[in-house]
Design a protein around this ligand. Structure first.
Ligand code: FE2
Length: 279
């Protein structure tokens, strides 16, 4: 398997291992929701960039949405963790917990350790900004939700640190035995692909993408009445916005690790040249 372009935020799938180890994820407290309407919008990985989130929400209002879903990683590392959490709470979105939401709530760190000490300082800074009530909210989010033929997770079923990449093999994706539409985030690399189990949709990031296109991404799901029950037509959408706002706020608030985050927001690429050279 090709090594993943891993740096700082995400971990590649282990060579030869399936992405779905750890077993099926249980439904969240919402159960298997059917009353979600005809149009679902799914966003992920805001990472405290409330400016890009607001742009994505404007686009969502424009296209129309019955149910809003958030696939985790709301607050960490960006310039506005408090504003991001409060906005998502206000919207009443169906939300699952991402790995960085968990780190913030638990006071923990990535399984493989943190390569950049500044990244740990950034988590500490986000944690201090959020305060106890918002941290409790993040910690109590479920790791997955099922709704109307869709399974929503942050990384992959049963593992919030193990992402599904554009080059993750069909066999690895199907290894879980899940059926329907699998919706995930974490890698900041939006893509969709048909596999034996149905369709896998990585919605990318509403904070900063890492596929070379700095426009935030999200997914619009429209119920496909002509197809089988629980079938959805999926469109990945990109939204432009004024990136100078989060860059200025990272600086003004002196957010730790801001050089990395600014680079991601501006360029949608990895910082390490050797990593950038990978496909
Ligand atoms: Fe994540």
């Amino acid at each position: 398997m090709t090594p993943a372009p891993s740096e700082d935020l995400v971990e590649p799938p282990a060579p030869g291992g399936g992405p779905f180890e750890g077993g099926a994820s249980a439904p969240g407290p919402w159960g298997d929701l059917e009353g979600v309407g005809e149009r679902i919008c799914v966003l992920s990985d805001v990472h405290g960039n409330v400016y890009s989130l607001e742009a994505v929400l404007r686009d969502i209002r424009k296209v129309g949405c019955d149910t809003l879903v958030v696939a985790g990683d709301i607050a960490a590392h960006g310039p506005a963790p408090v504003e991001s959490v409060d906005l998502i709470r206000t919207l009443g979105a169906i939300t699952v917990r991402g790995n960085t939401d968990r780190y913030l709530a638990e006071g923990s760190a990535p399984r493989a350790g943190t390569r950049d000490p500044e990244q740990s300082l950034s988590l500490d800074w986000s944690r201090e900004q959020l305060g106890a009530d918002r941290l409790r909210f993040l910690g109590e989010l479920p790791p997955s939700v099922t709704l109307a033929g869709c399974l929503v997770v942050h990384g992959s079923p049963g593992d919030d640190e193990r992402g599904i990449w554009p080059y993750t093999t069909d066999a690895d994706i199907d290894a879980h035995g899940w059926v329907g539409t699998l919706l995930c985030g974490h890698t900041h690399r939006p893509f969709q692909r048909r596999v034996a189990g149905g369709e896998v949709v990585n919605v990318g990031s509403a904070g900063w993408t890492l596929d070379g296109d700095p426009r935030p991404s999200y997914a619009l799901l429209e119920r496909d009445r002509a197809a089988a029950a629980g079938s959805w037509r999926v469109t990945l959408r990109r939204v432009d916005y004024d990136r100078s706002q989060p860059l200025a706020e990272l600086e003004r608030r002196q957010v730790p690790w801001r050089s990395a985050v600014s680079h991601y927001i501006e360029t949608a690429t990895w910082r390490t040249p050797a990593v950038r050279a990978l496909p």
